[in-house]
Design a binder for this molecule. Sequence first.
Ligand SMILES: Nc1ncnc2c1ncn2[C@@H]1O[C@H](COP(=O)(O)OP(=O)(O)OP(=O)(O)O)[C@@H](O)[C@H]1O
Ligand SMILES: O=C(CO)[C@H](O)[C@H](O)COP(=O)(O)O
Length: 409
Amino acid sequence: MASRLGVTTSSSSSSSTMITNESRSMSFSSHFSGQCVNMGARLQRRRARCHVVLVTSMAVEQRPVIVGLAADSGCGKSTFMRRLTSVFGGAASPPKGGNPDSNTLISDTTTVICLDDYHSLDRTGRKEKNVTALDPRANNFDLMYEQVKAIRDGKAIEKPIYNHVTGLLDPPETILPPKIFVIEGLHPMYDPRVRELLDFSIYLDISDEVKFAWKIQRDMAERGHSLESIKASIAARKPDFDAYIDPQKQYADIVIQVLPTQLIPDDNEGKVLRVRMIMKEGVPNFIPVHLFDEGSTISWVPCGRKLTCSYPGIKFFYGPDTYYDNEVTILEMDGQFDKLEELIYVESHLSNVSSKFYGEVTQQMLKHADFPGSNNGTGFFQTIVGLKIREVYESIIAKGGASLEAVKA
Ligand SMILES: Nc1ncnc2c1ncn2[C@@H]1O[C@H](COP(=O)(O)OP(=O)(O)OP(=O)(O)O)[C@@H](O)[C@H]1O
Ligand SMILES: O=C(CO)[C@H](O)[C@H](O)COP(=O)(O)O
């Protein structure tokens, strides 16, 4: 079957959905030679489909740049992704005309896939085997690796869909290689083979107290869950979270850590947050942000004439540290902004935020003032990380490191 972009999908995937990026870094000619990947998992036997589409005769200029975003469920991945795609100018939307329950988000530059789509056990299967979705046994890492590699090599894939509405595995959707391919979910850095494919990686590290507050807010207010069921679900996931998800933060190039404030003694409301951006040193194409003076250790209370702060105020910290034996730079913000437009005052004291013009971080924050976390360090640092990803992408392209010729060599 031939698509409008001239990419042909394998014959057995008749129910798959073609997904396109409006502007892509590669142009494809009209020929196809099909290739089935050995999925080697129960899912493959059950569904008996080919899951990689080989695109031949490509006039390829560059391979996609691959970004991994890891976090537990309900920890702000979607919000972060919306901030990231906005940095590139376009809105992200689910595949047009595809499965309405697809987890994929496509914009001009980025395609974001959710790694829940690589669950090998559906909801019933997990219940029968008494495993959580965080357990590697409930996920198909062979397929994840083969498909992320295929995208990195400039090939389209037939990716499964995990349907969160029904709890079932739906027929696959076709994903074409974009400029930037983001894999977000529970395990982007779990499998060493997948980890090796990442050009840049981020871990959202939300402390238990804050995670609990966010989950209550969302699952009670928006999804009608009871307090008891939320507590039970967090407790049931905790051992697997500690075993399989949390350790991935040691591999991340940036960790955004979200903790309760230290500005209010014994705070138990969880509304004011202390957010730390932990940036690894020596990562290719990435220079950490610094405050005032690179390499110094600085504690800064910016409240006063140029920044309005109500109780409990705002405090920044900046300095070098070690994290899992790696040298890192930490930028920390505790507290929240009263007037978002005054953020320009803080931005003007930061260097290496990877903005293209003066005030770009503040502009992005104002644009999405209604997103969760826009008045504190979560939104502020997520926005900066979005600009960093753009810079990583642009510098890989500028150096020619993403040409498919370089990949082959
Ligand atoms: N920075 C933030 N500040 C306050 N609340 C937040 C923040 N980020 C997320 N939340 C809360 O957490 C909820 C989940 O956020 P989001 O949908 O972005 O997470 P997710 O990781 O994509 O979740 P899931 O994987 O379950 O879809 C939001 O509805 C909001 O209530
Ligand atoms: O940890 C999760 C990541 O989003 C989900 O709980 C997992 O994907 C299972 O989804 P569901 O609860 O809808 O069956």
